[in-house]
Design a protein around this ligand. Structure first.
Ligand SMILES: [Ca+2]
Ligand SMILES: [Ca+2]
Length: 414
């Protein structure tokens, strides 16, 4: 009964959010939106500084800004269209680093086929440390999409917004991917007339209210990845086996006691032979225990799985979305909620966790699993995010998409 009510609430929320996004799509004129303090990044009228998969200036298909836009006319070895550029000198986007938006028009040749795809901004001259937005969370149509990507809603990297020097967009199976009119902006100040101020007080029944946790969930079909008891295959920042601080599984866990040049603790390993995780590629979860020395300073940090032997093409989960406390956190990371990379789950050979400012980062008991409902009560549920996923499973595909958007919007308001 309670579940039915939750699903109904979810569907209601979905309708509201869908209405909101349709409204957004209709008001496609950037000037009509309530954004200001623009800082132009690139008007996409020439290829200077650009590289990728056959990056071309296009004038045939009407550009949305000026006379032209940029198109990736081919795809790379992984099947992705890529539009990338560097900036020399770098751009100082510090003003936009917390409340700002990256505005961009994106031309998607086939939205139905849009799978892995991201937009990235970094200060390393490469994708390393990038802030990342998952295209699927924002693109709604085949053809032109006007996106306002909230910096607060990005998967946070270590990029320094005072010296951004790298941009990349890639998308699988999108030959002809296009972009135009890139700029940073802030949301306009609200109308200061008190008579029409919007009712912004927190509504306890609103979408910010956290759903209560169901307790009748178990997980099954486990496939062990690493018990965290020895360092074979591991590397990172001073990785060692720890037994002092009680391990969660088997008497020991792995700890990164140092940080790298970017200030991040890193625990990484490769797998040879690779792991076939195909069974978990859609409905599965990556389970792990993670030890967080200091929750307050946890900002940039991700868990990644890849098939390239490197972070390239990784599926990523933003640690901040799942970690709830200092000390040990048990995480069930839903594959469906990852920032989708190009990784092939039939041959996963790379795992990495990094977390800024977390000397003493620990990991234990890594495995894949599937959710099983209606079994013996089990309280091993770690985050409210997981509950959203359960609601999605109970609802329709529309609810699924709309709730994803709902989460993005919650991040926007931070
Ligand atoms: Ca243009
Ligand atoms: Ca262990």
């Amino acid at each position: 009964m309670k579940t039915v009510k939750k699903v109904l609430v979810s569907i209601l929320a979905a309708v509201v959010l869908l209405a909101g996004s349709i409204g957004g799509a209709l008001s496609a004129n950037a000037e009509a939106k309530a954004y200001d303090q623009k800082l132009l990044i690139d008007n996409a009228d020439k290829t200077d500084g650009w590289f990728g998969t056959t990056v071309t200036v296009k004038t045939e298909n009407p550009a949305v800004e000026g006379s032209a836009y940029l198109q990736a006319a081919t795809v790379d070895d992984l099947g992705s269209a890529v539009l990338a550029r560097t900036f020399d000198p770098p751009l100082d986007l510090a003003k936009y680093s917390s409340e700002g938006y990256l505005h961009i028009w994106v031309y998607v040749p086939d939205n139905a086929a849009l799978g892995a795809g991201c937009i990235e901004l970094s200060s390393s001259g490469t994708p390393d440390g990038a802030y990342i937005w998952n295209l699927k969370d924002y693109v709604t149509d085949t053809g032109w999409n006007e996106l306002y990507l909230p910096v607060a809603g990005a998967a946070k990297g270590t990029a320094d917004f005072s010296k951004i020097n790298y941009f990349r967009m890639y998308a699988a199976a999108q030959t002809g991917l296009g972009l135009d009119d890139m700029y940073m902006c802030l949301e306009a100040e609200p109308n200061t007339n008190p008579s029409d101020s919007s009712p912004s007080e927190t509504d306890p029944s609103g979408t910010d209210a956290k759903p209560t946790l169901p307790t009748n969930i178990t997980y099954g079909s486990k496939l062990n990845i690493d018990t965290g008891d020895k360092t074979d295959g591991w590397f990172g920042t001073e990785v060692s086996v720890k037994t002092e601080n009680p391990a969660v599984k088997g008497g020991s866990y792995l700890q990164a006691s140092g940080v790298d040049d970017l200030g991040s603790a890193v625990l990484a390993r490769t797998f040879d032979p690779s792991l076939n995780l195909s069974k978990y590629s859609k409905e599965g979860y990556l389970h792990l225990w993670i030890y967080i020395p200091d929750k307050e300073t946890l900002d940039a940090g991700c868990v990644e799985l890849a098939s390239s032997g490197t972070p390239d093409g990784a599926y990523k989960w933003n640690l901040k979305d799942y970690v709830t406390q200092a000390g040990w956190n048990e995480l069930y990371l839903p594959v469906a909620q990852a920032i989708q990379g190009t990784a092939d789950f039939s041959k996963i050979n790379y795992f990495r966790i990094y977390a800024a400012g977390q000397e003493g980062l620990g990991v234990d008991d890594i495995y894949m699993c599937l959710a099983e409902t209606g079994k013996v009560p089990d309280t091993g549920i770690s985050t409210p995010v997981f509950v959203w996923l359960l609601l999605m499973a109970a609802g329709t595909a529309v609810v699924f998409l709309a709730l994803s958007r709902g989460l993005s919007r919650r991040f926007e308001r931070r």
